[in-house]
Ligand binder design. Structure first.
Ligand SMILES: Nc1ncnc2c1ncn2[C@@H]1O[C@H](COP(=O)(O)OP(=O)(O)OP(=O)(O)O)[C@@H](O)[C@H]1O
Length: 364
């Protein structure tokens, strides 16, 4: 556990970057610092590994003030990942990853073995080991940066805007990868970003900071979206806060209709406005108008219980029928959620205020 106890940082020119910050980053969880530019996120993060020292108050690592631990010892237990990876340009990938183990005195072979393991773990081909950083894409370099930070298996990981410099698609896959790694490794992670969507996706807890380095709100993402503490937080969360909340509304209670699903070449009752044709092994083909004239039209799918209401609604909006197709993990149709049933579930979520279970993450 990392504890900020009334921490203030005043730079020599008088700038108060962090002002009386008190919060806890629990062991094994991801705590995200988010806020507008200049609100003191990086300063807060760097005070943990003493790249910057606090002016007042103290930061404790598992109860021990970091100011009592000499910086090299402290940093051995803390991995650090920054924007644009910060790899050593003159070292190849495997040596970059093996940097900290080598500093810790591991022999060359053991450090290389560990580096090769990590390379695979972050989703890179072993063939990349001998390349140099300039021969990798930005996303690949970030993966190497994460591997390097994990090399000595530190319990704590500090990540400062690690995915900001890559395009949105790569960014999403790096975020998914981090969640997958974290599910295995259970590190204590403090993650800095200015992107609220990233904060909500990754954070077990999200600390919203305002300029002047004051904590505006600390909450789990679901509570943050449902109950922003003031106008600053509300504005920072953006106008589509309501839509974002739907990612915490589960779909396992949604009624699914089976009567709208028909085989290809169907020639029966045509009283429904839309019917979903499926292949003999149960995969969706498309929506056809009830009168049999036209189609197949596009459909959208979601996995009940696994995907959130946001995904179900998205699936409904993708099809002319206004219905969302429920599928299993193999893509076979389980049934159809109609617009009326989706509406009823949405009304329940809004009226009920607090959606109950948090769907599994990484499926948004
Ligand atoms: N060495 C320094 N001397 C004086 N002021 C500084 C110094 N470093 C940072 N600051 C100021 O402290 C405040 C917080 O900076 P910090 O880099 O922690 O913010 P941030 O939230 O990480 O910003 P960004 O999202 O833009 O990276 C800013 O006003 C910044 O200008």
């Amino acid at each position: 556990m990392i504890t900020f106890d009334a921490v203030t940082k005043r730079y020599p020119d008088g700038t108060v970057a962090v002002d009386d910050l008190t919060l806890e980053a629990p062991t094994g969880e991801i705590t995200v610092f988010v806020g507008p530019s200049g609100c003191g996120k990086t300063t807060s993060l760097r005070m943990i590994n003493r790249m910057i020292d606090a002016t007042e108050g103290s930061i404790l690592l598992d109860g021990r003030p970091v100011r009592e631990i000499d910086p090299p010892t402290l940093r051995r237990g803390i991995g650090y990942v920054i924007q644009q990876a910060g790899l050593f340009p003159h070292k190849n990938i495997v040596d970059n990853i093996a940097t900290v183990p080598r500093l810790l005195g591991w022999d060359r072979r053991k450090a290389r073995d560990r580096a090769m393991q990590l390379l695979e773990r972050v989703g890179l081909e072993p063939g990349m080991a001998e390349r140099y950083p300039f021969q990798l894409s930005g996303g690949q370099q970030q993966r190497v940066g994460v591997a390097r930070a994990l090399a000595a298996d530190p319990p704590v990981l500090l990540m400062d805007e690690p995915f900001s410099a890559v395009d949105p698609v790569v960014r999403t896959s790096l975020q998914d990868e981090l969640l997958r790694l974290q599910a295995e490794l259970h590190k204590t992670i403090v993650f800095v970003t200015h992107d609220i969507d990233e904060a909500i996706k990754l954070g077990d807890r999200v600390a919203v900071l305002r300029v002047g380095g004051r904590l505006a709100q600390l909450a789990d993402p679901e509570t943050l979206l449902a109950q922003p503490t003031d106008d600053f937080v509300r504005e920072f969360l953006g106008h589509d806060r309501g839509i974002r909340r739907l990612q915490f509304v589960p779909t396992d209670g949604l009624p699914l209709r089976s009567g709208l699903t028909v085989p290809e070449g169907y020639d029966g009752d045509r009283s429904e406005p839309w019917l979903l044709t499926v292949t003999p092994d149960g995969r969706p083909v498309g929506w056809v108008p009830g009168d049999g004239k036209g189609g197949p039209e596009p459909f959208g799918t979601f996995r009940p219980g696994l995907d959130s209401m946001r995904a179900a609604l998205d699936a409904a909006l993708l099809s002319p029928s206004g219905c969302a197709v429920a599928v299993d993990d193999d893509g076979r149709v389980l049934g159809v959620a109609t617009r009326d049933d989706l509406d009823a579930a949405l009304t329940g979520a809004v009226d009920g205020g607090r959606p109950h279970a948090r769907p599994e993450r990484g499926h948004e």
